[in-house]
Design a protein around this ligand. Structure first.
Ligand code: ATP
Length: 235
């Protein structure tokens, strides 16, 4: 469904991503794991059009998208949930969610999606008239994911959804990601928390200083010695 072929991303002279090829199928959760600065966010920004490619190509549902502006890529159905949530603090939870549906014309569809998000995250229904900035970190992450769902995405790009969350909340967010994927939405999940990412994905890529060094079934990577030592903190 999404295919990255030999992409390179650079910031001036610094090459952050080197010849990366990846693919995500229609019914998959695919994880991209790697340490700080490995280039994970740069790959997501390249997919969603926030940063241009230096070389290579990106195809979505058979068509090239790497030459399109951000809003057109979003309109094709690729919705990016950025690291650090980036919700609108002074807008209410409901207003934040409705903002996510800016591409949806049909008002009934917006109400339907809103109810769908509230069913998935009941806490957001309870907090619907509260300013987004007053939510806890975990609730803000739910809001960021909920806002992305309001756009009726065909694929989600999630950047570090577990960042800064207590372990119990990480588990809760992970459960929700599994639930969303089970509804038929493919997800590219970027995580520094390799354990959780490998537990909830079917396949994964390991990124080191801008290049893919390992890829395979997540279950197999969980027992791979290099992954265990370098990413799962085992000795
Ligand atoms: P993290 O988990 O810390 O966000 P990451 O794997 O997502 O890391 P990137 O944010 O993609 O990594 O960064 C990859 C490399 O590109 C790093 O060396 C980083 O310093 C560099 N980089 C990222 N953004 C810029 C920028 N705007 N200007 C210059 N260099 C940048």
């Amino acid at each position: 469904m999404l295919e990255l072929s030999n992409i390179e991303v650079a910031y001036g002279d610094i090459i952050a991503v080197r010849k990366v090829s990846m693919n995500i199928g229609a019914l998959e959760v695919v994880a991209l794991i790697g340490n700080n600065g490995a280039g994970k966010t740069s790959i997501l920004k390249a997919i969603s059009g926030l940063h241009p490619l230096r070389s290579g190509s990106i195809r979505f549902m058979g068509n090239r998208i790497d030459n399109l502006p951000v809003h057109k890529i979003a309109a094709r159905g690729i919705i990016h949930v950025p690291e650090g949530r980036k919700i609108f603090s002074s807008l209410t939870v409901r207003e934040n969610l409705v903002m996510g549906a800016y591409l949806v014309r049909d008002r009934r569809a917006i109400v339907r999606e809103l109810n769908h998000v509230y069913d998935l995250f009941p806490i957001l229904r309870q907090r619907s008239s509260q300013p987004g900035g007053t939510l806890s970190g975990g609730e803000q992450q739910m809001l960021a994911i909920g806002r992305a769902l309001m756009a009726q995405p065909k694929m989600l790009l999630l950047d570090e959804p577990s960042l800064g969350l207590a372990p119990l909340l990480v588990d809760k967010i992970a459960e929700k990601i599994v639930e969303i994927a089970a509804g038929g939405l493919p997800i590219l999940l970027v995580e520094q928390n390799a354990k959780i990412a490998l537990e909830i994905s079917q396949r994964a890529y390991v990124l080191e200083t801008g290049a893919i060094t390992l890829e395979g079934r997540s279950r197999e990577l969980l027992s791979n010695e290099t992954v265990r030592k370098s990413y799962l903190g085992e000795t």
